[in-house]
Design a protein around this ligand. Structure first.
Ligand code: AVJ
Length: 308
């Protein structure tokens, strides 16, 4: 092995040296983490996935009518393309670009999409949403629809979320649109249960990041010495996930080490929850002032169609 650190290794080591330590939520998604996340989306306690799906199904005809046929669909964080499949059936786009950070994951999903939709021009694009998104030059500039489901926007703090919405505005022309799923502020007990389920699936998902980090930087975290913590921080309007040390320990990696005291935490994720009016204001500030909002009966989740 050579001595040059990759940007992922540098980012992880920098985060581990911070006080309090942090690990970016993007490292949750190795093969096991992606499978655990899929398990989370099927949990009774984890309402976002099924609630978003119900909103989209209930309002499918209206969404289809407002979006129109033959657009160029761009899904951010496409993953297994399950949500894109449903949307493609509904709106019949002419083009589809699946964007995700994990390239291998995308390729199988995109191959399946091509078989299902032989008439749609389909492309896969590996991109990090915190940087500029360079769309294929062959993609028509007109009638683009950016689809960003699942409340993935929740991982960004509000200034970063505004920056991403502004960059999305830059990807579309005046006739384009954004269709986005956003998780809403609600009863704390509902929020806390969604991120600390009784079956321990979210705990396993959170702890798995340590095994992934071990592989990425050669560290020696022992997951049995850490525990899952998740709670709503009302001041910041976000769920926070942390890993808490069960004992005093010294963690080593190549050319480095750090001690953690019992009870000390590594911050692994923020998941911001919005009030509809605040999110609509954020979209306005990003240059997407024309909004249509659909929610469920409890107003737990919102699907927003936003235009310049
Ligand atoms: C994929 C970021 C939308 O914040 O709800 C689920 C990730 N973390 N349970 C979320 C997650 C713990 C999820 N997002």
């Amino acid at each position: 092995m050579n001595n040059i650190l990759t940007s992922d290794q540098l980012e992880i080591i920098k985060g581990l040296m911070q006080v309090p330590a942090t690990i970016s939520p993007k490292y949750f998604y190795d093969a096991k983490g992606s499978a655990l996340f899929e398990d989370i989306t099927r949990l009774q306690a984890y309402y976002p996935t099924r609630t978003e799906h119900a909103i989209m199904s209930t309002h499918a005809p209206e969404i289809a009518r407002r979006v129109g046929a033959s657009c160029a669909l761009i899904e951010l964080g496409a993953g297994n393309c399950q949500k894109a499949k449903a949307l493609c059936e509904l709106i019949k786009p002419a083009h589809f670009v699946a964007v995700d950070i994990s390239e291998e994951f995308l390729h199988d999903a995109v191959a399946r999409m091509r078989l299902t939709f032989p008439d749609i021009e389909i492309q896969a694009l590996a991109a990090d949403l915190t940087a500029d998104i360079l769309l294929p030059a062959s993609l028509p500039a007109q009638r683009r629809l950016v689809f960003y489901p699942g409340s993935s926007i929740g991982n960004f703090d509000p200034p970063q979320a505004l920056a991403l919405m502004s960059r999305i505005r830059g990807l579309i022309a005046d006739d384009g649109a954004l269709l986005i799923g956003v998780d809403l502020v609600k009863d704390e007990a509902v929020l806390n249960a969604a991120y600390d389920d009784g079956e321990g699936v979210t705990a396993a998902f959170n702890l798995n990041v340590l095994d992934h980090v071990n592989r990425l930087i050669g560290s020696d975290f022992d997951t049995s010495q850490w525990q899952h913590r998740a709670f709503f921080n009302a001041d910041q309007s976000r769920i926070e996930m942390h890993l808490e040390a069960k004992s005093n320990q010294l963690i080593h990696w190549r050319h480095g080490a750090r001690s953690f005291a019992r009870g000390e935490r590594i911050h692994t994720e923020n998941s911001y929850k919005y009030r509809v009016e605040d999110f609509v204001e954020l979209l306005e500030r990003a240059g997407l002032p024309q909004t249509q909002v659909w929610t469920d009966a409890h107003a737990w989740f919102a699907v927003v169609l936003a235009r310049p």
